[in-house]
Design a protein. Sequence first.
Length: 543
Amino acid sequence: MGRARRSTSDSPSVLLIGPYDPHCGEFTFLAPPLGVWRLAGVLEAAGIETKVFDPNCCREPPQRALERELLSGTWDIVGVSTTGMTLRFDLELAHIVRRVTPEAFIVAGGMEATFRPELMFELGPFDLIVLGEGERPLLDLVARRRAGQPLGGIAGTAERNKDGQIIRMPQRALSRDELRDAIYSTPYDKMPYSAYWERLESAYRIGALPSKAAREAHLAEIRSVRLITLNYCPMGCTFCSSTNFLHEAQGSVASLARLETDECLTMIERIVAAHPRVRTIIFQDDIFVFTQDRRILPLCDEIVAAKRSGRIPPHLQFISTNRIDAMTPQRLTAMKQAGFRVLGFGIENFSPRVLGEFNKGQIHRHIEPVLSVALASGMTPFLDLILSSPHSTLEDVGQTLREAYRWLRQGCEIGMYPYVIPFSGAALARDPKLLPQTYYAHQRVAGTDIAWEQPVKILPIDPIVTDAILRMESSFEAMLGPLEQQVAHLPSRLRSLLWILCSLPIMAERGQYIADESEVWSELYARLPTVRPAAAPIAAATA
Ligand code: B12
Ligand code: SF4
């Protein structure tokens, strides 16, 4: 985005701050924050000078970099993006904004702000909270500032009245055309993907990898650009917040929108033009293929044709997250031909009972056939798993661990989480019956004396299962420390093997056999040969 210049009443300037995660890349690849970049693109298209501050990609400590940025111009509006996982860090930045630029109008937006506006006012220095998609409320806010009009009553915001009460003004979700225009405005040419790639490449010590093939595989994974073609998700999984995001902002059931085939192609071409070194495009939609999907087959055909005609590079690959019950052999074949390399599936659990609790019981019968066909066709399924639910039994946990191990050995990648995290807005987080199962972390906002208790775990009701899960978690953390000293980055497949390894003695004590320990160690070494000489301290941590 352009440089800040002194604002006048008719040309406000806006600074947008992405969610701040000081443990960048700990869980997964980081990338430029798509939400604030899309907003910046929409504001710039409307002639509003806007800059993005990305705290995860600074040369100096982000706090100092932010102060410098704030002092480099006069900002009429500063927007802070929030998520549950990053909230304490997002708030730290918001308080810096208030201290350095006391006159700025500070707005919070994003997932956490949408579901918890009252918490934002309580903990943060905010003048206004944006609910849901930020495009319309921000444009309205700027227009009013330009016109010198009052800033109250904007649709899609929450404000605090004189009595301290929170007033919410709902907004309808973006229509299909509005969503398309917003996605088209995303300024990919300005988004610093190369800076992220360089950081990731050095973090992975790319040059040190043994074979060219392994290096290429890593590069394809790292040199990726994220594209979102859908606004959130209709599936209603009980642990998920995303599925309720638009409804929360609209105050009623919102309809979904997504790009058409030709619009997806337009975006792919733009991304390639903006970042010619890109190897993989990650479709970041919550779910990319629906059961009644009319887009996936024509899209794959169009991609194949575009590669053949040279419109997009033939080696370009794709990753997407999909519903497993939406996959058919025909779709899988078409996706493979188009260059889909990794298919994400929210499997969550292998126990039909737990899947029912998560409101996705219908996927169970599709797991085995779809994973088998996907693997046979040369694509890598990436399974997200949650080891336990509030009503899980030890058998459920055992079943999921055993199946996870089986699929890992067959070539799936797995991301594993021990319990449900009570994300604001998720059905399970709102269930009062689960309050006794909910555990809190004492969070502090650095640089302030603000602190609060944030819900962080929903543990199983059965105390035996909770005990097993918590012991696995502490064993996992004890093992992770020494491993991370030796390896630059620990991918999900290794983390999942560690979870399995940690579970073996704990589950065995309760009569649940998961796998042979020496075999699991061999699987771990096979994926991490360099760690072999230093295995002793790691083994000690599991004892
Ligand atoms: C892409 C993505 C990632 C990428 C992020 C890449 C990147 N830098 O963009 C990666 C893979 C790194 C990732 C990681 C994780 N993610 Co994630 N991720 C997503 C996903 C699928 C899409 C986000 C996105 O780009 N949306 C598209 C943009 C356009 O939408 P948006 O960000 O919501 O922004 C819009 C509005 O929110 C609003 N807005 C946003 N910010 C602001 C700021 C202001 C000032 C205003 C006015 C408005 C505003 O306007 C924007 C435009 O309309 C969401 C699900 C979802 N559908 O949102 C989950 C989601 C955000 N992730 C989630 C989680 C849990 C995680 C992880 C913790 C997973 C894990 N266990 O490892 C990690 C945490 C990483 C971290 N440190 O924060 C949760 C967050 C739950 C919560 N309530 O906070 C979500 C909601 C999924 C879910 N339902 O569980 N994630
Ligand atoms: S977990 Fe995935 S499929 Fe389920 S509601 Fe959330 S985004 Fe949709």
